[in-house]
Design a binder for this molecule. Sequence first.
Ligand SMILES: *[C@@H]1O[C@H](CO)[C@@H](O)[C@H](O)[C@H]1NC(C)=O
Length: 110
Amino acid sequence: LGVSGESLSDQVHQNPPHLITKAEKTVQLSCSHTINGYRIILWYQQLKGNSALNLIGYVNYNAPTTEDQYKNQFSIGGNGAESSTINITLKREHVGTTAIYYCAASKAQC
Ligand SMILES: *[C@@H]1O[C@H](CO)[C@@H](O)[C@H](O)[C@H]1NC(C)=O
């Protein structure tokens, strides 16, 4: 919520809404925001059938960080003050799985 109480979520955009990929292929998702002063974009994964939101990593200004267990599948780029991309490589052992990816914008250090 913003200072005045309005929602900021309509200032965060993600693309594409859906995609399907194949083993060993890399796809890219993007996220952008227009919230003044926010400089971190975080990426989360929610596996189908599981309510947990797993933090994959984030970009603080132009410094990306990916959690160790995700480094072989995900690569984060961009600038948290504006937009970020995440490249996702589908490993063979994950073929047939479905996940939702969320991005979030933040002003504070994680
Ligand atoms: C994502 O993949 C694209 C196309 O292969 C590449 O140009 C870009 O540098 C990659 N981004 C990251 C953050 O690895």
